[in-house]
Design a protein around this ligand. Structure first.
Ligand code: MRU
Length: 366
């Protein structure tokens, strides 16, 4: 997507493919800066500290991380150690292990001297596929938004379609386009009158910082709301649809996404608001069915709850404490929305019901 007239992806190769560049998402929306990742350790730290985040981008970053590791040590032991290190960085988004396995399976049959180049080529393929899948999700989601537009009563035809989203499932969470925001970008570019309700998404506020940043740069009308406002807006007919992303979708259609997604799904269900989840195949964990029981939920630092980051009057990015000294915070980073609360899944292959049958129909060749 464009920033100040320049097209950006979230991750790219530098120095003839020997190092990796990324946008530093910990500084947004206040400062746009990039970082160079020179080795596997740099990538692991970048994932852990949320310099890069969002399930598809975590996967692609992991793939490039393995490439960097193989440049230094292409042995089987080196591969295994780097795989373990990267895979441990964030446990919930299944894209990470999906991408790491793709790289490992590609290089294992090869001679050591060929491994780094093969890993680079495969990581590039994963990144480019991600862009294609996210754009395709956008096209399928655009059909849904067109449908919502057509279904509006005559007296509402001049009003915008109001879509609520949670966390950041835009291009910053992927390589480009995004998942949940991709249909929104497509609709906006197609001239559809839209308004986006952006959940701030405590504790790290990826909505208030990253989603708002993205939408502002694309000129999409939006309003940031506190996480607790969504139910109220739905009760008052102010939300036409909810679209969120996913960090792991089970083979039966349960969706694990940023903490608070489940509460939005409950409110949407109670108010007959359609609740869509946008995701690429890299997010599906075919080995699981019951998401609540079986998806590992990342517990992050309690500091993310007790403190908050923002920009001060001197334009410096700073942290301030919200809670009294000594109060502990608890910080589960994701929750699971059961398939029964989901109107449909928007994938790169089309739109389907959130169920084993629905997913199997779309992915019959997997
Ligand atoms: O903790 P984060 O910022 O990595 O969480 C991101 C999300 O929860 C997104 O909604 C999810 O990765 C889907 S992204 C396209």
């Amino acid at each position: 997507m464009n920033i100040d007239g320049k097209a950006w992806r979230t991750i790219w190769l530098e120095e003839g493919g020997r190092t990796v560049g990324v946008i530093d998402q910990t500084q947004l929306p206040h400062k746009f800066s990039t970082r160079k990742l020179k080795n596997c350790h740099d990538v692991a730290i970048a994932i852990e500290t949320m310099v890069v985040r969002g399930a598809p981008l975590i996967g692609v970053s992991g793939a490039y991380g393995l490439m960097l590791a193989l440049q230094e040590d292409p042995s089987n032991a080196g591969l295994a150690a780097a795989f373990k290190q990267l895979n441990a960085t964030r446990p919930t988004a299944v894209n990470l292990q999906w991408a790491l396995k793709r790289i490992a399976n590609t290089v294992k049959p090869l001679a050591e001297a060929e491994r780094a180049d093969a890993a680079r080529a495969e990581a590039n393929r994963i990144a480019n596929e991600d862009v294609g899948m996210c754009e395709s999700i956008g096209n399928h989601g655009l059909d849904i938004i067109r449908g919502l537009t057509a279904a509006r009563p005559a007296h509402r035809q001049q009003e915008p379609i109001r879509i609520l989203t949670h966390c950041n499932a835009g291009w910053l969470a992927t390589v480009d386009w995004g998942t949940a925001l991709s249909p929104i970008y497509k609709a906006h570019r197609a001239g559809i009158n839209l308004h986006v309700w952006v959940d701030e998404t405590r504790p790290r506020n990826q909505g208030a910082s990253l989603t708002a940043f993205e939408l502002a740069r694309e000129g999409v009308p939006h309003t940031v709301i506190v996480d607790n406002a969504g139910g109220h807006l739905m009760q008052h007919g102010q939300v036409d649809a909810v679209i969120v992303g996913s960090d792991r979708t089970t083979g039966c259609g349960d969706v694990c996404n940023k903490i608070g997604t489940y509460l939005k799904a409950l409110a949407a269900h109670d108010n007959n608001v359609p609740f869509y989840v946008a995701l690429p195949i890299s997010t599906i964990d075919w080995s699981l069915c019951d998401g609540v029981a079986d998806i590992p939920i990342e517990a992050r630092s309690s500091m993310e709850v007790t403190h908050i980051q923002g920009r001060d009057a001197n334009n410096d990015i700073t942290h301030v404490q919200l809670c009294p000294d000594g109060s502990e915070g608890f910080n589960p980073a994701f929750d699971v929305t059961p398939a029964r609360l989901i109107t449909a899944l928007i994938t790169e292959r089309g739109v389907t019901e959130a169920s084993q049958a629905g997913l199997k129909k779309l992915y019959s060749n997997i």
